[in-house]
Ligand binder design. Structure first.
Ligand code: NAD
Ligand code: 6OD
Length: 490
């Protein structure tokens, strides 16, 4: 099976479902092709799971809730999580190559961020789970109340394609830490690392049936079947806001607990007193890393007028230095977009920006010299305002708009004029203003003078239509466990 064009030879894998501790084809025996978006070659086949497969996986997960998994002590489960993290690191080279092949992201990025963070998700929760307590209250001489933490049950996980292993493990680690079992559906475009992870979990000592993987599509298929299943107790979903609505509708009749990490149209707010070289260095990342396909990317950049020209000059100059190309070349900054469909969607926004009168400082076109694959040059657009669809809608590609502002209140008004509320990055050296603006911006995650600096204890999630609930630290355990209160009459 296929490889890349450079000296790094990488094989794709055929992906089967993983149910009750075994790889298996789907009930229908149907498969679909996995396409490498960097070369347009077929890199493997994927078993296409549907409702029948979801039923089998849910039965397996339900049975496993009451077996050896339930009897394990916290320390035993913690040791298993730690071992999963260790095994991910032992297989980092293989996992990073599969992730780069599956997504089109640069191999160095998968090696630097995706895979180490996937391992850290397990290491972090392996430690964190051993520190948990609950509440207890003595009600004078009358009663003692205490809460017990119980698993929720079978958790459905529906995952996106942009950071496949990182985001799946961000859910799986606390799910297992809290004693649940799961049926996971990776995105149809990125099935490979989840398939390997199933084997890693088994090797680390996770009992059969606790972790199940069903590949397949969303609407009318595996994703919808998980969402609607009577015996799935909760759904954790990361993906598009509109998909969140569909899942909520499918899950409504069975009143499932839901946790959502959804889309965003995140602002970077740059005040003139900030250190512009530092701003530009980070803004390059927040705009274009992973081809702009990170939900936290800052795609609306607001710059105080006094710094606008200098910022644009420096930002455009640095952006022009970025190299777009084969994900397996060590010197590329951006690889390929995830798929033909998404590439065309992003290009349609670029065309729209042209029609809307946008000026292109960089990019605005596909990458020259790449005969195959879906490559787009990093694109900076000015001259659009809040009425533009390119300023209002999530593009999820290497495309940013830059808009000048004069007053703090004015920029806060513009920033909050959206249904999204995921993240924001504020740049200023004025301490009071930093606190004021951080307080006023309607987003779940605010960074001041930085971007994507993570501490896994902190609440992570979006306001408005960017999410439901929070994950991270204790917030993950609030979702993945049920608290049961016991009252003892004294
Ligand atoms: P998507 O919503 O298209 O797909 C995500 C998953 O949902 C896939 O596994 C897909 O098969 C499944 N799905 C699709 N329709 C479904 C349905 N009707 N029922 C059940 N499952 C269904 O999202 P995507 O294109 O994979 O990812 C990109 C989007 O994800 C962007 O909007 C991005 O902002 C968002 N995202 C958000 C975060 C966050 O933390 N907030 C993180 C990553 C990605
Ligand atoms: O860092 C995380 O925990 C996280 N969930 C990141 C999400 C990135 C979205 O693309």
């Amino acid at each position: 099976m296929s490889t890349t064009s450079t000296d790094v030879k990488v094989q794709g894998i055929d992906c089967q479902l993983f149910i009750n501790g075994k790889y298996q084809p789907s009930v229908s025996n149907k498969t679909f092709n996995n396409i490498n978006s960097a070369t347009e070659e077929v890199i493997g086949t994927v078993a296409e799971g549907t409702k029948e497969d979801v039923d089998l996986a849910v039965q397996s997960a339900r049975r496993a809730l009451n077996g050896r998994w339930k009897e394990m002590t916290t320390n035993e489960r913690s040791a298993i999580l730690r071992r999963i993290g260790d095994l991910i690191l032992e297989r980092q080279d293989e996992l990073a190559k599969l992730e780069a092949l599956d997504t089109g992201k640069p191999l160095w990025l998968a090696n630097k961020i995706d895979i180490p963070r996937a391992a850290y998700n397990f290491h972090f929760f392996a430690d964190y789970m051993t520190t948990l307590g609950t509440e207890a209250y003595q009600q004078d001489q009358e009663a003692l109340h205490y809460a017990l933490r119980k698993p929720v049950g079978v958790i459905g996980m529906i995952n996106p394609w942009n950071l496949p292993l990182l985001l799946l493990t961000w859910k799986l680690a606390p799910c297992l830490a809290a004693g649940n079992t799961t049926v996971m559906k990776p995105a149809e475009w990125t099935p490979m690392t989840a398939t390997v992870l199933a084997e890693i979990c088994k090797e680390a000592g996770v009992p059969d049936g606790v972790v199940n993987v069903v590949h397949g599509f969303g609407p009318g298929s595996a994703g919808e079947a998980i969402s609607a299943h009577d015996d799935v107790d909760a759904i954790t979903f990361t993906g598009e806001t509109s998909t969140g609505t569909a899942i909520m509708k499918a899950a409504a009749p069975t009143l499932k607990k839901l946790s959502y990490e959804l889309g965003g149209k995140n602002p970077n707010i740059i005040f003139a007193d900030s250190d512009l070289d530092e701003v530009v260095e980070t803004t390059i990342k927040s705009s274009f890393i992973n081809q702009g396909q990170v939900c936290l990317c800052g795609s609306r950049i607001y710059v105080e007028r006094g710094a606008y020209d200098e910022f644009l000059e420096k930002f455009a100059a640095k952006t022009k230095e970025l190299k777009v190309g084969n994900p397996f070349d060590a010197d590329v900054n951006l690889g390929a977009m995830i798929s033909k469909e998404h590439y065309e969607r992003v290009l349609s926004y670029i065309e729209l920006a042209k029609e809307e009168g946008g000026e292109f400082l960089t990019g605005g076109q596909v990458t020259e010299g790449m005969d195959k694959g879906y490559y787009i040059n990093p694109t900076i657009i000015t001259g659009l305002d809040r009425s533009s669809r390119c300023v209002r809608e999530e593009i999820f590609g290497p495309v940013v708009t830059v808009i000048p502002f004069d007053l703090e209140d004015e920029v806060i008004g513009q920033v909050n004029d959206t249904h999204y509320g995921l993240a924001a990055s504020i740049w200023t050296n004025d301490l009071r203003r930093a606190h004021r603006v951080a307080d006023a911006v309607e987003a779940g995650i605010i960074w001041v003078n930085t971007w994507f600096l993570r501490d896994l204890r902190t609440p992570f999630g979006g306001m408005k239509q960017s999410g439901v609930g929070r994950e991270g630290g204790i917030h993950s355990f609030e979702f993945y466990s049920e608290l049961k209160n016991v009252t003892i009459k004294l």
